[in-house]
Ligand binder design. Structure first.
Ligand code: C5P
Length: 222
């Protein structure tokens, strides 16, 4: 089998992880959720009451933090220092704070180093914000997924309903916009489409259509 890497970037709630998982499964590739790494670290920083503005303290904390992505039977598990935080890292608190930890250059440098290590074996689908631009700039396939903010908020809203809770749609929309703003405006590795990435607007596409279109791009390089 060819050794290839697929980089999938895009704004919050654009469906990156859902389609990345599908594509990885279809190709028997490893799926690496880099957002989960930033979330896991943010979870620990919040728990340890480290100021998210204190880059020095955050770097020290990260140096002392082990983050693992483990493939379970039905889902991927995220472990911080051995503790399963798969569900905790999706909390509103972590979601609304993660962009503040992720903007520090020293935090990103260490994360990117770890992510490159994970991608070295190739045959990976990696999703995030800076995969095609920084983590794997030589990825064989680069995709930039986008969708209108209304559609992204609507999907998140439906997802929450299915999980059994109702959320304020306008609030969801604002939180998504706020996260995109911080991710796009930061100085180091901001959220931006790589020049050679294929842009897919998923606003009017189903998950299956998006996955099929990515798989089609993969076929071209196989
Ligand atoms: O992908 P997800 O929404 O879980 O990512 C959470 C946050 O982690 C993003 O909003 C962003 O601040 C940060 N992130 C990043 N670079 C990545 C992946 C995620 O800065 N490659």
């Amino acid at each position: 089998q060819e050794q290839i890497a697929i980089a999938i970037d895009g704004p919050a709630a654009a469906g990156k992880s859902t389609v990345s998982k599908m594509v990885a499964k279809e190709l028997s590739f490893i799926y690496i959720d880099t957002g989960a790494m930033y979330r896991a670290f943010t979870y620990k920083a919040l728990r340890d009451q480290i100021s998210l503005e204190d880059e020095q303290k955050l770097s020290e904390l990260l140096a002392d933090t082990n983050i693992e992505l483990e493939q379970g039977k039905n889902q991927q598990h995220v472990l911080v220092d051995g503790e399963d935080v798969t569900h905790d890292i999706r909390s509103e608190e972590v979601t609304n704070h993660v962009s503040y930890t992720a903007k520090h250059p020293n935090v990103r440098r260490e994360m990117v180093k770890r992510q490159r290590g994970l991608a070295q074996k190739r045959c990976v689908v990696m999703d995030g914000r800076d995969i095609g631009t920084h983590v794997i700039p030589n990825a064989e396939v680069k995709i930039f997924l986008k969708a209108s903010v209304e559609e992204r908020a609507r999907r998140r809203y439906e997802e929450n309903l299915q999980k059994g809770f109702s959320t304020d749609f306008e609030k969801l929309k604002q939180e998504i916009e706020q996260r995109d703003r911080i991710d796009s405006k930061r100085e180091i590795a901001p959220l931006i489409k790589a020049d050679d990435a294929i842009e897919l607007d998923t606003t009017d596409l189903s998950i299956d259509e998006v996955a099929a279109s990515i798989l089609n791009e993969v076929k071209k390089v196989l």
